[in-house]
Design a protein around this ligand. Structure first.
Ligand code: ADP
Ligand code: ZN
Length: 523
């Protein structure tokens, strides 16, 4: 790439092409290295999102990126997914029909193809080097790079030809594997890169200095003010779900004596730059912002990050809290969440124009975040587990400090589900709680719901406790708001075994009360 053009905005491509709202831990650095044409070896856990680390750079670079992958089924999956996202990709494998091969060659000849997947066996055939030279291969990506190791159980002899190919084409190579042991790593480096030492990415995802905490919303403005008051004079970010809220909340913080300002995408670019400059230079400024704030902020001593509203996904959460404590010193986070957040995030997904599979994946990523919010054990363990990394209880999260008290919520959940089913899955939590607690409101009487067998069967919990039960049910994806009917809750497949008596469920008791109120943060 010529030095005068600015580097492409990989964050924008991430969302426009791949539909992701944030990089997963480790991805951004690898994407940048590969995009810039440096030889790289990235070791990431299975499920960590390796393919994006060569697919995204392939779109930023000139020429064709050749991807060597050992599994035909995997290649086909990736090619299909890329094509659905509008990216020209193709595969040359032994399983191809003649028509499929013709189509790939045509796309290559017309210079359309961005990614060409190839089984390693293909490298044995004499014409392959010439072919790749002719089509202008600009980057080689090697998936499952440990297959080059003769000591591993996945050894594929044809992988040994890759080093030779790299030297013949004289292009950068990016290798990926989940196998982290030092011997395999050394062997990969030796066999794929020869004398050139690649940049190696082997980083745990954990940021142990960041304290993790969630609270159910319970007077959210006061919760944020309390959190900030306990950290007066420290630099922090408050993320909000809407632009309007950034303005009101920053005013409330300023009124409480903090140095605070707001930031969102609707502001003048010059005003935004000024906030960025102030934040970088001043000590103890609080920026109340939408997610527009953060890309390109490189301040090592941000001491805390609070979310006044639930982020979009577990990836977005990790990226946003990850802005705190880059200097390695203790940093704290607090994420607020409530049923309205869950409804909002669900409806944003349902109303987006994304294809059905992407919506399903987005719901899954939201579920992962909600699972973290409603976790019953160490939050870091749950978080790292999602990203494929094993961890011990951390001692630096709210749940390690105060393990939640749980109770058998099976009966309560069954009652709630049956209230929803008996009323045609047509009502929201408020009305269902009226039925459960035997509150004969006018709406309840009008619909005859006071005559239901479920009427008043849930008097052992008060309204507030039922709200927490419903929130946890939504958080565990047992119920979802119906996108067609505003506010109505529908049972999901996940709830079936509970209803049928085939499974039980534990719920958190402390989140049934306001016990989370202003619990001091623990270092
Ligand atoms: P690996 O090859 O490391 O096992 P994949 O590349 O198959 O992992 O990715 C695993 C899953 O993670 C895929 O479903 C992919 O769509 C998803 N994924 C990858 N990157 C992101 C991201 N930044 N945000 C959300 N999901 C992602
Ligand atoms: Zn912990």
């Amino acid at each position: 790439m010529d030095g005068s053009t600015p580097p492409p905005d990989t964050g924008a491509i991430l969302s426009s092409v791949f539909g992701f709202d944030a990089f997963r831990p480790g991805q951004e650095e690898v994407v940048e290295a590969v995009r810039a044409g440096r030889n790289t070896l990235a070791i990431m856990p299975t499920g960590g999102g390796k393919s994006l680390c060569f697919q995204l750079p392939a779109l930023c670079r000139g020429g064709v990126t050749v991807v060597i992958s050992p599994l035909i089924a995997l290649m086909r999956d990736q090619v299909r997914a890329l094509r659905e996202a509008g990216v020209e990709a193709g595969a040359l494998t032994s399983g191809n029909t003649d028509e499929e091969n013709d189509e790939v060659f045509r796309a290559l000849d017309e210079g359309r193809l961005k990614l060409l997947y190839m089984a390693p066996e293909r490298l044995a055939s004499g014409g392959t080097h010439a072919l790749l030279q002719r089509i202008g291969c600009g980057l080689i990506a090697v998936d499952e790079a440990h297959c080059v190791s003769q000591w591993g159980h996945d050894f594929r002899p044809d992988y040994l030809r890759i080093g030779e190919l790299k030297r013949a084409l004289d292009v950068p190579l990016a290798a990926f594997t989940a196998t982290a042991d030092a011997e395999t790593r050394d062997e990969i480096v030796r066999r794929l890169f020869g004398a050139e030492m690649p940049e190696i990415f082997l980083r745990g995802f954990d940021r142990p200095n960041i304290h993790l905490a969630f609270q159910a919303k319970d007077g959210p403005r006061r919760q944020i003010l309390d959190f900030a008051a306990a950290r007066k004079g420290q630099s922090g970010i408050v993320y909000c779900g809407t632009r309007a809220k950034t303005e009101t909340l920053s005013k409330a913080l300023a009124d409480a004596g903090h140095s605070a300002c707001y930031y969102h995408g609707g502001m003048d670019p010059e005003d935004r730059r000024q906030v960025e400059r102030r934040f970088q230079q001043e000590d103890g400024l609080i920026v109340v912002a939408t997610v527009a704030f953060g890309m390109g902020i490189d301040k090592p001593d941000i001491r805390w990050v609070a979310h006044a509203d639930l982020p979009k996904s577990i990836e977005a959460y990790y990226q946003e809290i990850g802005r705190a404590g880059r200097d390695g010193a203790p940093a704290e986070t607090l994420t607020l969440f409530g049923p309205d957040d869950i409804r909002l995030r669900r409806s944003q997904i349902d109303e987006s124009v994304a294809p059905p599979e992407r919506k399903a994946a987005d719901h899954g990523r939201l579920n992962a975040l909600l699972g973290l919010a409603e976790a019953l054990r160490c939050r870091r363990t749950v978080l790292l587990d999602y990203f494929g990394e094993a961890a011990e209880p951390c001692g630096n999260c709210d749940l390690c400090a105060t393990p939640p008290e749980v109770f058998d919520g099976t009966e309560a959940v069954r009652k709630a589900l049956s209230a929803a089913l008996r009323t045609g899955e047509y009502f929201g939590a408020g009305h269902l709680i009226d039925i459960l607690t035997g509150n004969a409101t006018e709406k309840v009487r009008q619909r005859g719901h006071d005559a239901l067998p479920t009427f008043g069967v849930g008097r052992e919990f008060d309204r507030r406790q039922w709200q927490a039960i419903f929130r946890q049910m939504m958080g565990r994806d047992l119920m979802r708001p119906d996108p067609e009917r505003h506010g109505a809750l529908r049972m999901t497949h996940a709830a079936r075994p509970l209803l049928k008596g085939e499974a039980g469920i534990e719920l958190r008791r402390e989140s049934l009360t306001a016990a989370s109120r202003s619990r001091p943060a623990v270092k």
